[in-house]
Design a protein around this ligand. Structure first.
Ligand code: DC
Length: 219
């Protein structure tokens, strides 16, 4: 069974997807981390984010896998643990830029589809229900008001300048992720939309677990 969870930054995807996977004993895959890893490598190697060909080569020549570990899966890139270094504001914007490149998407989508061949999985991102697993048994689109999403991101990242700055960065990423030509962020046909503004995380998790149960009969 595949549970596909899509939505914009700050919609609650990671927290919810991770916990749903943990309770069901499913594999959890954070596809945003993979786009972030390409942005990190580009920055380290001095590859300009405008060089689509080099970015595509970087994505297709990189080995990525997730190691389950405690509360969050660790991402190994060419055997280096990059889990913490990909969580900066600069890498967030870089990931959003590299994800507009068709060749980068192509390489990462193929890896993501391969991760699904081993069994039950919860995968979160922007195009899981539309492109990676359009036949997923459960498809969820999480959303929340822009103010609430900025508030959550600000609370998660101590040391950031102001909430207005975080809100502006989210707006910029939303616009790019929704308007790009290849696999833009959109609600997948057949997906259930959950607006998480004002909802407790536990309510969202239980909603998704109920959908999973319906999708499968019983788990
Ligand atoms: O989920 P995140 O914030 O870590 O994602 C970082 C960027 O990666 C996001 O701005 C858009 C891109 N992304 C994507 O295009 N497709 C995905 N399936 C996941 C992320």
């Amino acid at each position: 069974m595949v549970i596909a969870i899509d939505g914009p930054a700050g919609s609650g995807k990671s927290t919810v997807a991770r916990e749903v996977a943990r309770r069901l004993g499913f594999i959890y895959v954070d596809t945003g981390a993979m786009y972030r890893a390409v942005a990190l490598l580009a920055s380290r190697l001095g590859v300009p984010l405008t060089d689509s060909t080099a970015l595509e080569q970087l994505a297709s020549g990189t080995k990525m896998h997730f190691l389950p570990s405690g509360d969050r899966a660790r991402l190994l890139v060419n055997n280096e643990d990059v889990t913490d270094s990909i969580r900066t504001a600069e890498i967030s914007q870089g990931a959003s830029i590299v994800s507009t490149v068709a060749g980068v998407r192509h390489a990462l989508v193929a890896m993501q589809q391969g991760m699904g061949s081993d069994g039950n999985l919860v995968m979160e991102g922007r195009d899981i229900g539309t492109v990676v697993f359009p036949n997923a048994e459960v498809k969820v689109f999480l959303d929340a008001s822009p103010e609430e999403r900025a508030r959550r991101r600000f609370a998660e990242t101590p040391g950031r300048a102001t909430i207005e700055r975080v809100a502006a960065e989210i707006r910029e990423r939303d616009a790019r992720d929704e308007q790009r030509e290849h696999s833009p962020l959109q609600r997948a046909p057949g997906s259930i939309v959950i607006d998480t503004t004002g909802l407790a995380i536990e309510q969202v998790i239980e909603n998704i677990l109920a959908l999973a149960q319906k999708g499968r009969g019983s788990i």
